[in-house]
Design a protein around this ligand. Structure first.
Ligand code: SF4
Length: 371
């Protein structure tokens, strides 16, 4: 595999720069400029170095290099696909579940993912961060809601803030008695690992609350030696990490890619947490798989790979109704004529038997009825 951009000095933000560095075809420039006028583009040197320009299906390029397909808004796609606005009581806060809030601090990212579920809210042209007044209003909201046990810092990418500003924010949150967990969602350790240094790690550790970091990565090649070293700094400092990935067509929608990614997370001491079904963000249909394909891949993962490597396959229900696991389910009612999740034809169960359960090979077994 060739690597033509190992030494870029700066993040690429313009389609013409992508063409100039061989990361997009010149013939696509006009379309890509239309895409870039609507959705932010950024490819860091670390990400550019991973892209093989000779591979038209490169799984890293598919995530970060814009495509004319983004100009088509598909059925059901909308600017707020997971319904953040419906649950935002004050600017910067999304309070969807009882015990936790999202705290959207910044609207910038190191890289802009082509499937981003907040693509209409992040990037140049949007406010880069909450105003001081909005920040204080968000803190007041959290203070006034003692049921908020966990604050999830998101955006944008919170690790785009300086260590000094992050330390202030962590201290403000940890000073609220009922806030016990601060979770940070980030792509920075893979997109710009040099940002993770001693100062950043120190900023994330705070007295009075426990910090967790959720790393967003979708392909094993993102977990370079530098990315792994950045994550190791966090974990060595006592910060537990979990993963979140998006199931993406042409990126990780095959058994080998998913298995390699999950194994790499665990090797990095990052517990696989979520595999998201792609959200209905505008212009992203070409990157979504079907739910059936997602379930099939999850069944395969269960069969082949350690339990440590199993994420939850989840869907954010459009309209703001939250995340639900979307299977596959291994348990079905034996009395039902056509169980929803039967993997293969099995012998008919006895009439009094209530359950059947599938093993990791897909074979069905009977389980006694309810007492
Ligand atoms: S890092 Fe997250 S918020 Fe930023 S573009 Fe990617 S998916 Fe969107």
């Amino acid at each position: 595999m060739s690597r033509i951009n190992p030494g870029l000095a700066a993040t690429l933000r313009e389609p013409a720069e992508l063409v100039g560095h061989g990361l997009a075809p010149a013939a696509a420039l006009s379309d890509l400029e239309k895409v870039a006028a609507r959705y932010a583009v950024a490819v860091t040197p670390d990400i550019a170095a991973l892209i093989d320009p000779e591979d038209p299906g490169d799984p890293i390029a598919r995530q970060f290099i814009p495509s004319a397909e983004e100009l088509v808004t598909g059925p059901g796609e909308n600017a707020d696909p997971i319904g953040d606005h419906a649950h935002s009581p004050v600017s910067g806060i999304v309070h969807r579940y009882p015990d936790r809030v999202l705290f959207k601090l910044v609207h910038v990212c190191a890289v802009y993912c082509r499937f981003c579920f907040r693509r209409e809210m992040v990037g140049p042209g949007k406010a880069t961060a909450l105003s001081q007044a909005a920040y204080q209003g968000a803190l007041d909201y959290i203070r006034a809601h003692p049921e908020v046990w966990e604050v999830i810092l998101t955006g944008g990418d919170p690790l785009m803030l300086s260590p000094r500003r992050l330390a202030e924010i962590m201290a403000d949150l940890a000073a609220i008695d009922h806030v016990r967990i601060i979770r940070i969602h980030t792509r920075v350790p893979v997109a710009d690992p040099a940002r993770i240094g001693a100062e950043m790690v120190a900023a994330l550790k705070v007295v009075g609350a426990t910090t967790w970091v959720a790393l967003h990565a979708n392909h094993v090649r993102e977990l370079t030696d530098k990315a792994r070293a950045a994550c190791a700094q966090l974990v060595d400092a006592g910060i537990p990490m979990v993963s979140q990935s998006v199931l993406l067509r042409g990126v990780n929608d095959n058994a080998a890619a998913l298995e390699a990614l999950m194994r790499a997370f665990v090797e990095c001491r990052i517990k696989p947490y979520y595999l998201h079904h792609g959200d209905l963000a505008p212009g992203t249909a070409h990157l979504r798989t079907t739910l059936e394909r997602g379930q099939e891949l999850m069944r395969g993962l269960r069969g082949r790979v350690s339990g440590l490597c199993q994420p939850d396959y989840v869907l954010d229900i459009p309209g703001g109704h939250g995340k639900s696991p979307v299977g596959p389910s291994y348990l079905s009612d034996a009395s039902s004529a056509s169980p929803a999740n039967s993997f293969s034809e099995a012998r008919e169960p006895a009439a009094e038997t209530r359950y059947r359960i599938a093993d990791y090979c897909g074979d069905l077994h009977l389980y006694p009825p309810k007492p």
